[in-house]
Structures are given as structure tokens and as C-alpha cells.
Design a protein around this ligand. Structure first.
Ligand code: SF4
Length: 247
């Protein structure tokens, strides 16, 4: 119920005039390849298991991804990469998802964004970042089963550190710097950094599927998720014999 209430507030939020104007303009004008599809044109709330032990935090919805489909990481190349990797390590029930109503189910994982509206050029202002921050803080408070937070990119990393510090957690000083694979224990949670699965990173090879699967497998292990052995189609050599499916 608390999550439902939070979702309702997020979806109805119009706190940031520039982002409200942008998300609605994108939804009106569309892009040629999606011209016949309805656009969501509103904030994208978190998605996934309400009893998650792992929370993945991204930057913000993509203009023609979540801003179109209404679900984080759904309908764009970043999402294709993310769902495939989550499925490979047994945390999602399918390897691709392009629509919000396709029944995708995450096991032990939830996905959210630091900023819930699509920003122009993927760059929210500091004021917009700060305006949206309370939503992440509340989501983390509600999700009291989360033990591992995976920050997808430096923006999310810093947003999570600020959020945890703001909720009274003992965040180390100086604040730990973002790095792919960096881990920091904060209270009873562990924060892990990963390069964001953006096209810019995945197309250039900065983030490869095996690199991402390793981070997710590590998060799963730290979160204490166990089950049957599964062989990862992305990075067989790393995961075979160690990787476990939740259920
Ligand atoms: Fe509201 Fe966050 Fe969107 Fe700003 S970015 S309008 S605070 S949901």
C-alpha cells in the first residue's frame, strides 16, 4: 500500500516545470518510429519486486523509452541490455521487454531512477535532481528488505549517497567515488557501482554484457539470493557452477 501511494504521487507529480513541459512535448510530438503509439508522458515510478533485496537505480527515464511506455528501462536499447542481463543471472523471467503490459516479472529486484521524468539531453538540473530526491528516499524507506543497491552510473551513485546520508545512514567521508564494481558498505546495505547500460556505454564497449552480468551476480550473492544453478548465456565461464537462480 505504501508503494502504491508513492507511485500515485510520483505519477501525478508536476514539481519541475521544465521537465513537465519537456516530457509532455516529447509525448505530443513523438518520434517517427513510434508515431502510431501512445506516449505515457508522465513520471516513471519504480518497478519490480516489492520485497526486493536488490535495488537498481538509474538516472532518469529515456524520452522515447520509459517516457513512452511508462515503465523504467522499457522500450529502449538500455532496457534491452538491462533485462537481458537480469535474466541471465536469474533475476528476471525473460530476456527482453518492450511494453509495460508484457508481464515481465523481477525476482528479488526492483528498478528505479534518481529523477523520475525524462530530462532534455538526459541532464536534469541540480534543482530538478533535488526536487525528485525525496521519492528515492521514500522508496528506500519502504523497501526495508533491500540489502544491495546497484547505482547505474555516477549520477545515480551520488544520488544514492546523498539519499542515504539524508536518511541518517553513516555514509563515509569523504564520500566514496564512483567506479565500475566499486563496493561500499553503508549501514546494513552495500552500494555497488556499475557503468550505466546506456547506448553510449554499451555500443562503445565501455560496458559489456559480461561486465554487467558480473556486477549483477555479485549483487545477487551479497543480497543472499540463492536457488538452482543457471548457466549465464552472456558469460558462461564466469558464472557456470556459481550462479544461482532465485526461483
Ligand atoms: Fe516530480 Fe521528479 Fe518529475 Fe520533478 S522530476 S516533476 S520532482 S517526478
Amino acid at each position: 500500500m505504501a508503494l502504491d501511494a508513492l507511485h500515485g504521487e510520483i505519477v501525478g507529480c508536476r514539481r519541475c516545470p521544465r521537465l513537465v513541459a519537456w516530457r509532455e512535448q516529447v509525448a505530443r510530438e513523438k518520434v517517427a518510429r513510434f508515431r502510431d503509439e501512445p506516449y505515457w508522458g508522465r513520471p516513471a515510478p519504480g518497478f519490480g519486486d516489492p520485497d526486493a533485496r536488490i535495488l537498481l537505480v538509474g538516472l532518469a527515464p529515456a524520452a522515447h523509452g520509459a517516457n513512452r511506455t511508462g515503465r523504467v528501462f522499457t522500450g529502449d536499447a538500455s532496457g534491452d541490455f538491462l533485462w537481458s542481463a537480469l535474466h541471465a543471472v536469474g533475476l528476471a523471467d525473460r530476456s527482453s521487454s518492450r511494453r509495460a503490459d508484457d508481464g515481465l516479472t523481477l525476482h528479488g529486484v526492483r528498478v528505479a531512477a534518481a529523477v523520475r521524468c525524462a530530462p532534455p539531453a538526459n541532464k536534469p538540473t541540480i534543482d530538478e535532481r533535488n526536487a525528485c530526491a525525496p521519492f528515492l528516499a521514500r522508496e528506500l524507506t519502504i523497501l526495508d528488505t533491500v540489502r544491495v543497491i546497484v547505482a547505474l552510473g555516477e549520477f545515480a551513485w551520488n544520488a544514492v549517497l546523498r539519499t542515504l546520508a539524508g536518511t541518517g545512514e553513516a555514509v563515509p567521508r569523504p564520500r566514496p567515488r564512483f567506479g565500475h564494481g566499486t563496493e561500499v558498505a553503508i549501514g546494513d546495505r552495500i552500494l555497488i557501482g556499475s557503468y550505466h547500460p546506456s547506448q553510449q556505454n554499451t555500443f562503445t564497449g565501455k560496458l559489456t554484457a559480461p561486465m554487467f552480468a558480473v556486477v549483477l551476480a555479485r549483487a545477487r550473492s551479497l543480497a543472499g539470493l540463492t536457488g538452482e544453478v543457471i548457466a549465464c548465456p552472456l558469460c558462461q565461464t564466469y558464472l557456470q557452477g556459481r550462479s544461482r537462480r532465485l526461483r
